[in-house]
Design a protein around this ligand. Structure first.
Ligand SMILES: *Cc1c(COP(=O)(O)O)cnc(C)c1O
Length: 418
């Protein structure tokens, strides 16, 4: 057979083994063409929350296709989008009264940045800077890369990226330095917005920080008229133990980005929620003040129906209890693993655990990453370390036995690559 024409994401085709073909998914598992059942311990890149092919979501999608496909969303509307927007406003932190739909996490971030700049311009304020956090990740489009950490992923595109003001990561004991840096940038009154991943910086290496930092950042933003953007693309929908991570800090952002778990991980959809203040800054008899953004597939009715089914699951199933139990089960196993001297910096936030393998160098290009991945796959476990950072981010339906298998594989793989 000729090689596949598919060019895969984040893949070095010269060195990586061929992709594994999946023919069926169910719950926490991927079933392969050659009959293996692989535990999806990273929720297929963090999107699948309740489990693959949750029946409530699959049924909602099937029913939605009986009536609607894509519908233009300027000048027209449809029930799935209207109902979902109301549900999101009700479930999100208070004050986020407006919902702008798009189709990926990166796009929801681009939308948030454009809202912040647009609001400043429409108010006649010379605020054009964005403040970001060290190790942040917000997506792979040019704007989203600009507000994320610079490194090997975006070195080639650096000439296209805009300048930002970067806060040091609030490592334990050094939180004040982060707050002071933000205070200095914000008091300059050139900052339109601060964008942060609340509580967990995902792709940057699963760095975790406590809720009080988030609350303090929000207080500074509020006092200085800087908009506070919470990128909850990964942390939303229960990942950190609450529906949204901001809840743990009692923080209501001015703008909130959600995607990944919004449809339970079944279909691409994103939403950027904004306060009345941000919305009103764009509302005017003057067309030139409108918010100039659209995705062709904005508010896709089938994706909105899938998201409504996800909301239904949150409302009718004991999801919070389930993720609390998952958090405890993960913590127990991580603590056992941390006794092994090969590991360092065990950390937990809600349903997410992470630990560093203390050998083979650090950083995303650490050679140990691909070797670990291969060891996991040999054991029918899908884990995808970020360099030397091993993390477990499973669907909420995962069982204790599944977790045992995952953590046993982590111990064995660490031995195998040592
Ligand atoms: C994954 C992610 C994004 C980008 O989402 P895509 O759907 O991949 O574009 C943005 N922000 C955070 C925090 C993410 O984890």
């Amino acid at each position: 057979m000729t090689p596949s024409p598919v060019w895969r994401p984040f893949t070095q085709h010269a060195t990586e083994p061929p992709a594994t073909e999946v023919v069926r998914t169910e719950g926490a598992f991927l079933e392969t063409r050659d009959g293996r059942r692989i535990l999806d311990a990273i929720s297929s890149w963090w999107v699948v929350t309740h489990g693959h092919r949750h029946p409530t979501i699959m049924t909602a999608i099937a029913e939605a296709t009986q009536r609607l496909d894509q519908v233009i969303f300027a000048g027209f509307t449809h029930e799935p989008a209207e109902r979902l927007a109301r549900a999101l406003v009700e479930m999100a932190p208070p004050g986020l009264d407006h919902v702008f739909y798009s189709d990926s996490g990166s796009t929801s971030v681009e939308v948030a940045l454009k809202m912040a700049l647009g609001a400043a311009r429409n108010r006649g304020e010379a605020r054009t800077r964005i403040v970001v956090m060290e190790h942040g990740y917000h997506g792979d489009t040019i704007g989203a890369m600009s507000v994320g950490a610079r490194g090997v992923f975006n070195a080639a595109y650096e000439p296209l990226l805009f300048e930002v003001d970067t806060l040091p990561f609030p490592a334990a004991g050094r939180e004040q330095a982060t707050l002071d840096a933000f205070g200095a940038f914000a008091r300059g009154r050139r900052a339109a917005a601060l964008i942060v991943e609340p509580l967990v910086l995902g792709a940057g290496g699963m760095h975790m920080y406590p809720p009080f930092v988030l609350a303090e950042l929000k207080a500074i933003a509020h006092a200085t008229g800087t908009l506070f953007i919470a990128d909850e693309v990964m942390t939303g929908w229960g990942r950190t133990g609450t529906l949204f991570a901001c809840e743990q800090a009692g923080v209501a952002p001015d703008i909130l980005c959600t995607s990944k778990g919004l449809t339970g991980g079944s279909l691409p959809l994103a939403a950027t929620l904004a306060t009345a203040e941000v919305f009103q800054a764009h509302r005017s008899p003057d067309l030139s003040r409108a918010f100039f953004h659209s995705s062709s597939y904005t508010a896709n009715p089938i994706a909105c129906a899938a998201a409504l089914a996800n909301v239904e699951i949150w409302r009718t199933e004991p999801v919070l209890e389930r993720i609390a139990a998952l958090g405890r089960a993960q913590r127990m196993r991580l603590e056992a693993l941390a006794a092994n001297a090969r590991f360092a910096r065990p950390r937990v936030c809600g349903t997410i655990t992470a630990i560093d393998l203390a050998l083979g160098g650090s950083g995303y290009l650490a050679a140990v990453g691909p070797r670990l991945r291969a060891e996991f796959l040999r054991r029918d476990i899908l884990l995808r370390p970020l360099g030397n950072v091993i993390y477990v981010l499973p669907p909420y339906c995962v069982t204790d036995a599944d977790l045992d298998a995952a953590y046993q594989a982590i111990g064995e793989a660490a031995d195998a690559v040592s």
